[in-house]
Design a protein around this ligand. Structure first.
Ligand code: MG
Ligand code: MG
Length: 630
């Protein structure tokens, strides 16, 4: 599998882009004419830089408004093509992209276009160059790859071939199986892009919102399965126009791009096992059985505060690490680890982010296989020193630098708490509050990094995306999306902050980076849990009375139920028969908090309609600017 990416997909100077693309493991780049506008050097210089970065130029583009022109424009387009051929030879690339004509002057006609391409093929052949033809979704006469293929077929010239682009085919809803009838050797290059399902003009969508395969909602896997069936084995080239990517980190976006192609081709290989493909083998996506534990890093003073808070939530300190300053708190199937070590990643994470949930462990069927897959997808492995006899837990760094441990039951990892920990006496335990498991983990990041996080988890684990939601914070918009495993055992929500005045943005700014912002615990009886927590001295986040007047009317709630909800500061949501009950802790530190939820009758959401009330209430509890940490 050869991989390529258009340099216009990422930000930076040409040198920065090439360095990032090369580091991410791509084989080549598409060079756009625009690259010359921002680069103070000749095409020859550009070609040299590309080769010095260990890359090749897979394609030069775009050449517009070529086929089917009347005279005198027709003669001029051929002159224009010769000048592009000059540039290509200086660059050191042999393939040019011609996209279908959008000019109102163009005449149309399949044979007229085929004649033009035959002549262009002759001219290209004299210089040992090739030309590929791509149907733009908004082309004037040609907007469908089937018609573009018919033109290429009738041009009948070895230097003229077809270019397929998943975006143009899929946004027009063209049957991808029509690709299976095209000979693979007549496809000169395949361009890939995904896009979100947004109802907007396709040209605008294409220029601003394309994203990496797997990040959007288009069936790119089905498209690639059809391409693979043709026998095509040339470069897969990402052509992504996205405003956020063009303003984001070139390193991160390049890594995402490579990850998206490796993930895509693994999916294709699994679904088309009878087709031979040069795709690296790796274990399948891991079934995610939920969060095995969450680990906090803190200093001794803050650890005491946190331990007191855990206690009011009904957790008991149940075990102590055999060699480290690490305590396990547990309740039901929930495990929280509090790490106050003065060295290692926990400590460096504390120094950077303050007290934070810097790591989580995911339960999988086979931790070794999950670790292998993650590495194949470009995840950074993490190793930490362990004492004699202690377990080495496979771990990878998440997108924001946090840690993801992988735990299974098939190896000794399943006996982690017996091997690495010593039980603590149960005396003096707080009242158990009926919390059963971690319902979801909420991660907060910069808005432009959210797609990177989603792709990271979705490529490694068996999870699917829920629709993207806009959450209104009084200070701006927060975009929210969730991943969940088919059985709901693992749910992770992602909140992308667009500015620092939102609660999510405050959290990122004050904790110096993205991370876990809240943990939601499940209960089977939220009223019993609320009462138990109150008895432990827990004070729930106060929700204003007008919220309850609103939901009583909105859902037609029994006034008695509305009163009980109000007394316990429980928020309520309903979807069909499904019901959701949730209450929150106040902020701890810089915007971190806990949530308690009860789901009834298969409710699948996260109480999004309640988010503005929750955000406003939490913001009232944020410490005033300039106040010391407590
Ligand atoms: Mg294209
Ligand atoms: Mg939540």
């Amino acid at each position: 599998m050869k991989t390529s990416i258009a340099t216009v997909s990422i930000s930076g100077t040409l040198q920065e882009k090439l360095a990032a693309i090369s580091a991410a493991g791509f084989d080549g780049v598409e060079i756009f004419e625009n690259d010359f506008l921002t680069f103070d050097g000749s095409p020859r210089e550009v070609g040299r830089l590309v080769r010095e970065a260990g890359l090749e130029i897979t394609l030069f583009q775009p050449f517009r408004d070529f086929e089917g022109m009347p005279e005198p424009q027709r003669t001029r387009t051929f002159d224009r093509a010769e000048r592009k051929f000059d540039i290509m030879q200086e660059l050191g690339t042999d393939l040019m992209l011609v996209c279908s004509n959008v000019s109102p002057l163009s005449l149309g006609g399949i044979d007229r276009a085929a004649d033009d391409f035959r002549e262009l093929g002759e001219r290209a052949a004299r210089r040992a160059l090739r030309v590929g033809y791509e149907a733009l979704a908004w082309g004037r006469h040609i907007s469908d790859h089937r018609d573009a293929w018919e033109i290429v077929r009738r041009a009948d010239h070895p230097n003229i071939g077809l270019i397929l682009d998943s975006f143009h085919t899929l946004t027009r809803g063209i049957d991808v199986n029509s690709i299976r009838a095209i000979p693979g050797d007549r496809i000169f290059i395949v361009q890939l892009a995904d896009a979100p399902k947004i109802d907007m003009d396709v040209l605008y969508l294409s220029r601003h919102f394309r994203n990496m395969p797997g990040e959007g909602d288009l069936p790119v896997v089905d498209f690639m399965r059809a391409v693979a069936a043709t026998g095509y084995d040339g470069p897969l080239s990402l052509e992504i126009f996205n405003d956020q990517f063009r303003g984001g980190s070139p390193g991160l976006i390049s890594v995402d791009g490579k990850r998206s192609l490796v993930y895509l081709m693994d999916e294709v290989r699994r679904r088309e096992p009878q087709i031979a493909m040069s795709v690296p083998a790796m274990p399948a996506r891991s079934r995610a059985g939920g969060v095995a534990f969450v680990e906090f890093s803190a200093n001794a003073a803050e650890a005491r505060d946190l331990a007191a808070l855990f206690r009011t939530l009904g957790f008991r300190a149940s075990a102590r690490h055999v060699s480290k300053d690490v305590t396990l708190f547990s309740q039901g199937d929930i495990r929280i680890v509090l790490n106050t070590e003065r060295e290692g990643l926990a400590h460096s994470s504390f120094l950077v982010h303050g007290t934070s949930a810097y790591a989580m462990a995911l339960r999988v069927d086979d931790a070794g296989a999950a670790f292998e897959r993650a590495k194949a997808l470009g995840a950074e492995p993490f190793e930490q020193e362990v004492g004699p006899g202690e377990l080495v837990i496979p771990a990878i760094r998440g997108v924001g630098g946090g840690l993801v441990y992988l735990i299974d039951d098939r190896t000794e990892l399943g006996r982690l708490w017996e091997i690495d920990f010593m039980p603590l006496p149960a005396a003096d335990a707080p009242q158990d509050a009926g919390l059963t498991r971690i319902d979801h983990v909420a991660q907060t990041m910069q808005g432009d990094e959210m797609l990177s996080w989603l792709l990271f988890y979705a490529a490694i684990f068996e999870v699917s995306k829920t629709p993207l939601l806009d959450i209104a914070d009084p200070a701006g918009l927060v975009r929210s999306q969730a991943l969940e495993s088919p059985d709901g055992a693992l749910r992770i929500t992602f909140n992308g902050a667009e500015n620092h005045k939102t609660l999510a943005g405050h959290f990122i700014a004050e904790s110096f980076g993205s991370g876990i912002q809240h943990l939601a615990f499940a209960t089977d009886d939220i009223f019993a849990t609320a009462a138990a927590l109150r008895a432990n001295g827990f004070a729930a986040l106060q929700i204003p009375r007008n919220y309850y007047d609103d939901i009583e009317a909105r859902f037609g709630l029994d006034p008695e139920l509305a009163d009980r909800l109000r007394e316990e500061n429980i928020l309520y949501d309903r979807e069909g028969d499904g019901e959701y009950f949730q209450f929150y802790s106040p902020n701890y530190g810089e915007g971190f908090f806990f949530e308690v939820v009860e789901r009834r009758n298969g409710y699948r959401g996260f109480g999004a309609p309640n988010a503005p009330f929750r955000i406003a209430a939490l913001k009232r509890h944020l410490r005033p600017k300039g106040m010391p940490r407590k």
